[in-house]
Design a protein around this ligand. Structure first.
Ligand code: ADP
Ligand code: MG
Length: 321
């Protein structure tokens, strides 16, 4: 059995990249970060608990990836550039067959984005993974939730609902053939944070949020914080490749309220449509215009032909679900 310090040394300590913003990494009482001049630090924490956010027996390689991906997604939603993260880990036991792939999944994604693991804490306990990410962003350019304005377009990146569809199949709420289930499950287990898009939208988008609990609920946070309302065209929502094959009612519901998509929902002035499209092209990420911000509060759903739709979107809440 590995000791705590062997475990940290073996799996979570790596040499610093020479040009990095991380002046001191794992091994001291604190890490030292040096943001570039004129930059603000963007900081965010997400915690994943076994049995709550993931199945305890899930593949540790994809779990390692997902734990960091959901944190990086918060930086993406702010328009921040990732620089470093810390990892607080509670483990029932120090098993190398679990730790090696877990670290590999996490650190491979970290390396793709130049985001260095600079510290953390390790303890015995029920499997819980808490990550704090640090990003940088030029002063006053963050894409905040409270910045949407009446008249803005509402946009979403990528596609929605396949992660929720995979969950429904795991829960046996519906049946998918093996190939379809595997494809949808990839969206659930291996989200890719939209970092390039978030950064490309600086100075173009007004407000942004990443979709973790479902589009309707997460867009609701933007509306509430910005003191505005909005209209969504439910037939414009880009359904995931597998969800597209499902009945229209399910397609609408899962695209609207399914969680775990980790796409970006953002608003931008209608006069900047070309700039939004150019930013999306630059980031090689598809974006779709799905509605408008309006002065009148509340979220109104309409169908493609402009008819109001009576459907109450649900949003995931840990204390009521
Ligand atoms: P302290 O007692 O000062 O909190 P620890 O003994 O907990 O220090 O950790 C020793 C060093 O290892 C610290 O630099 C800490 O940031 C780092 N560390 C501990 N656990 C992890 C982990 N899971 N991943 C990365 N670094 C870690
Ligand atoms: Mg400690």
């Amino acid at each position: 059995m590995l000791s705590e310090f062997e475990l940290i040394a073996r799996y979570f300590t790596r040499p610093s990249a020479p040009d990095s913003r991380t002046a001191l990494g794992v091994g001291d009482d604190c890490a030292l970060l040096t943001p570039a001049p004129g930059m603000q630090l963007a900081v965010s924490t997400d915690m994943l608990v076994a049995g709550r956010h993931f199945f305890p027996e899930v593949d540790p390689l994809t779990l390692g990836h997902k734990c960091l991906a959901v944190n990086l997604s918060d930086l993406a939603a702010m328009g921040a550039h990732p620089i470093a993260f810390t990892l607080a880990l509670a483990l029932p036991e120090a098993r190398e067959e679990w730790l090696a792939p877990f670290a590999q999944g996490m650190l491979t994604l970290a390396d793709e984005h130049g985001c260095e693991l600079v510290g953390g804490d390790t303890t015995k306990g029920p499997l819980t993974i808490s990550i704090t990410v640090f990003g940088e962003i030029p002063f006053n350019q963050a894409l905040r939730r409270d910045a949407a304005k009446a008249g803005d377009d509402i946009w979403v990146s990528g596609t929605l609902g396949d992660a929720r569809l995979a969950l429904a199949a795991y829960r046996q709420e519906l049946v998918l053939d093996a190939e379809a289930h595997q494809k949808a499950a990839l969206r659930m287990h291996q989200p890719y944070p939209r970092l390039a898009l978030g950064m490309a939208l600086r100075g173009i988008a007004h407000a942004a949020i990443d979709i973790s609990d479902g589009l309707a609920g997460d867009l609701g946070h933007i509306l509430h914080r910005s003191g505005v309302g909005g209209q969504l065209d439910v037939d414009a929502l880009p359904a995931g490749a597998v969800l597209q094959q499902q009945a229209p009612d399910l397609r609408r519901r899962f695209a609207l309220s399914g969680g775990d998509d980790y796409e970006l929902c953002f608003t931008a002035p209608a006069a900047r449509r070309k700039q939004v499209q150019a930013a999306a092209d630059h980031a090689a990420t598809a974006v779709t215009r799905i509605g408008q911000i309006e002065a009148h509060s509340g979220l109104r759903l309409v169908t493609g032909d402009g008819q109001p739709l009576a459907l109450t979107p649900t949003s995931f809440d840990h204390f009521t679900s």
